[in-house]
Design a protein around this ligand. Structure first.
Ligand code: NOJ
Length: 546
C-alpha cells in the first residue's frame, strides 16, 4: 500500500479522496457499449496517477439495470454485462497493488423484482413466509395501503394479480426488504462478510436512512394536495430509529476485520438528511464510519452560505468524533460545472430549462475543487469531474434510461445527463470509451474532444492537471487531510479564507480581486493571479513561511 506519513493505515478513511466509478459509463473493455470491470482495471493506473486514495464502484451486481444497477438481483455476483467474479477479484488485487482501496455499493433497502426471493414471494401467495421478507399488504377499498409516494414519481405500492400490494419506495422494479425479519438481517450480514472476505475495503450504503419502516403504516401529510416526500422528523419510511440498530450491527461485523493486514473495513452512508445534526447520528462511534455530506453540494456559490455549511457540518460531525466529508457531484445530481454556471436560484433546476454559462461554471468548478480538497476530512470526486465535464442536457428522449423519465410521465428527464460515458481520447465519439467505433449506451456530445483525458494530460493548465497537482500537494502537505481549520477573519466577507497549520486557502467569491496575505508562498491557484491579486471565482493555496 502506498500510505504516506500523514495517513496512518488505520485512519486512511478519515481523510481519503475517493473517486466514484459508475461502472456502466467508465470504460468499456469488450466493446459492447457498456462499461465493465476490465475497463476499470485498464484505467487503474490513470486513477493511481490522478492521486486518489480509494475508488467507490457503484453497483456491479447482476441486475436488469432498471435503476442503473440499484436494482440488485444477486448480491453475491457480478453483472455479466460488467464481467465476472474473477474480474472483480483481479480488480481488487490490482487496485491494492497500486495503493488504491476499493469500496463497493450495498443496496439494502430494496432489491430487484428479479431477485429470486421476490420471485418466490410472488409465487408463494398471500400470507406466506416468503412474502414476509417484503412489504406485502392488502389495500383498502381497492386503494393502496398508504399514500406514500415513490422517489421516481407515482405511488409507492404496486398491486399484483391476487389483489395484494407490495411496497417500493423507488421504482416498481425495486421491492423494499422487510428489515423487521431476521432472515433479511442475517442475509445482509452474510453479504457483508462475502465481500469483506474477498478483500474489499468498505461499502457505500445506499439510502442508509431508509431500511426501517413504521410498521403501523401511517399516511404522510399532504403538501399542495400531494403526499409529501419530505424527511420530517417522524416520517414513517425515513430516519426511523430502527436504522441505527442495523448500522450498529454492521459496524460490529466490519470491526471483526479491524486487525486484518489490510486494515479496517469501513462504511460511508448515503443519507440526504438535514440538518447535519441528524446525519451525525449515523456516524456515532459504534455506527457507520462516515457519511456523504450533501450540504456542500446543495449550497450556492456564495461565501456566507458555504461558510455556514462548512461550520455546521464540521461542528456536528466532529462532535461525534466522525470526519467531515465533501461532495460536489455524483451520479444522481447535475454536474457541478453546470450548476455553478447558473444563477443561484436555478442551480439545481432540471436539465435544459435554464441558461447556463459553462465557462463561468468551469472557472468556479476549479475554485471549488481546490476549496473542497483543502477542507479537513475526506473528499469525493465523481468520475469525469476531474475532466470538467458538464451535464449533458440535450440527450434525445428516446435514449433516456433513468426510471424518473417514465415514472414522472415524461415531466422530469432524470439523471442520465451526468452518466454519459467518459471521453478518454480521440477526436470523436466514442472517444476511446470502448475499442473501435461502436457507440456507448448513452451518446456522447460531438464537442468533447478537448475534454478527453488524453487531450488534457499534455496541457499543464488543464482541469485534469489541476486535480493532479492538488492531490499531490494534499498527499505531501502535513497540514492537509484530517484535522481542523481556523477562519482568517481579516479577509473580506466575500472571501473564504482559512488556515491549517502552515497552509492557507483563500477562495474569492466576491466581484473584486483581493490581495494575498503577506509573507506567503503560492502553492497552487485555480486560475492565474492578476497583478499578484486573487481574482473573482478563484482559489489559491498558500504556504506560510515557518
Ligand atoms: C440512491 C442512489 O444513489 C440512486 O442512484 C438510486 O436510484 C437510489 N438510491 C435507489 O437505490
Amino acid at each position: 500500500m502506498t500510505e504516506t506519513v500523514t495517513r496512518p493505515a488505520d485512519d486512511w478513511w478519515r481523510s481519503a479522496v475517493v473517486y466514484q466509478v459508475y461502472p456502466r459509463s467508465f470504460a468499456d473493455a469488450d466493446g459492447d457499449g457498456t462499461g465493465d470491470l476490465n475497463g476499470i482495471r485498464a484505467r487503474l493506473p490513470y486513477l493511481a496517477e490522478l492521486g486518489v486514495d480509494a475508488i467507490w464502484i457503484s453497483p456491479w451486481y447482476p441486475s436488469p439495470l432498471l435503476d442503473g444497477g440499484y436494482d440488485v438481483s444477486d448480491y453475491r455476483d457480478i453483472n455479466p454485462e460488467f464481467g465476472t467474479l474473477a474480474d472483480a477479484d483481479a480488480l481488487i488485487t490490482e487496485a491494492h497493488a497500486l495503493g488504491l482501496r476499493i469500496l463497493i455499493d450495498l443496496v439494502p433497502n430494496h432489491c430487484s423484482w428479479e431477485h429470486p426471493w421476490f420471485k418466490a414471494a410472488l409465487e408463494a401467495g398471500k400470507g406466506s413466509p416468503e412474502r414476509d421478507l417484503f412489504w406485502f399488504r392488502d389495500g383498502v377499498d381497492g386503494q393502496p395501503p398508504t399514500n406514500w409516494p415513490a422517489a421516481f414519481g407515482g405511488g409507492a405500492w404496486q398491486q399484483i394479480d391476487d389483489g395484494q400490494w407490495y411496497l417500493h419506495m423507488f421504482d416498481i422494479s425495486q421491492p423494499d426488504w422487510n428489515w423487521d425479519h431476521p432472515k433479511v438481517i442475517e442475509e445482509f450480514d452474510s453479504i457483508l462478510r462475502f465481500w469483506f472476505d474477498r478483500g474489499i475495503d468498505g461499502f457505500r450504503i445506499d439510502v442508509a436512512d431508509s431500511m426501517a419502516k413504521d410498521a403501523t403504516l401511517p399516511d404522510v401529510p399532504l403538501r399542495d394536495g400531494q403526499p409529501t416526500r419530505e424527511k420530517y422528523v417522524g416520517n414513517p419510511f425515513y430516519d426511523q430509529p430502527g436504522v441505527h440498530t442495523i448500522h450498529q450491527r454492521w459496524r460490529a461485523i466490519a470491526d471483526e476485520y479491524a486487525d486484518s493486514p489490510q486494515g479496517p473495513r469501513v462504511f460511508v452512508a448515503e443519507a440526504w438528511l438535514s440538518p447535519p445534526e441528524r446525519l451525525a447520528q449515523y456516524v456515532r462511534p459504534n455506527e457507520l464510519h462516515s457519511a456523504f455530506n450533501f450540504d456542500a453540494l446543495r449550497a450556492s456559490w456564495d461565501a456566507k452560505d458555504l461558510r455556514a455549511v462548512i461550520d455546521r457540518s464540521t461542528g456536528s460531525l466532529w462532535a461525534v468524533g466522525a470526519p467531515a466529508t465533501w461532495v460536489l457531484s455524483n451520479h444522481d445530481t447535475i454536474r457541478h460545472r453546470t450548476r455553478y454556471g447558473r444563477a443561484l436560484e436555478d442551480a439545481l433546476a432540471g436539465a435544459g430549462v435554464v441558461p447556463t454559462d459553462l465557462a463561468l461554471g468551469l472557472r468556479r468548478a476549479r475554485a471549488a475543487a481546490l476549496l473542497e480538497l483543502a477542507l479537513p476530512g475526506g473528499a469525493y470526486i465523481y468520475q469525469g469531474d476531474e475532466l470538467g465535464l458538464p451535464e449533458v442536457e440535450d440527450l434525445p428522449e428516446e435514449v433516456l434510461d433513468d426510471p424518473t423519465w417514465e415514472r414522472s410521465g415524461h415531466t422530469s428527464r432524470g439523471r442520465d445527463g451526468c452518466r454519459v460515458p467518459i471521453p478518454w481520447e480521440g477526436a470523436e465519439p466514442p472517444y476511446g470509451f470502448g475499442p473501435g467505433e461502436g457507440q456507448p449506451w448513452l451518446p456522447q456530445p460531438a464537442d468533447w474532444a478537448p475534454l478527453t483525458a488524453a487531450a488534457q494530460s499534455g496541457d499543464s493548465d488543464s482541469h485534469l492537471n489541476l486535480y493532479k497537482a492538488a492531490l499531490k500537494i494534499r498527499r505531501e502537505h502535513p497540514d492537509l487531510g484530517e484535522g481542523r481549520l481556523s477562519w482568517d477573519d481579516e479577509s473580506p466577507a466575500e472571501v473564504l479564507a482559512f488556515t491549517r497549520g502552515n497552509f492557507r486557502c483563500l477562495t474569492n467569491l466576491g466581484s473584486s480581486p483581493v490581495a494575498l496575505p503577506v509573507g506567503t508562498e503560492v502553492l497552487l491557484t485555480s486560475s492565474p493571479l492578476v497583478d499578484d491579486q486573487l481574482p473573482t471565482d478563484t482559489t489559491v493555496w498558500l504556504n506560510t513561511a515557518e
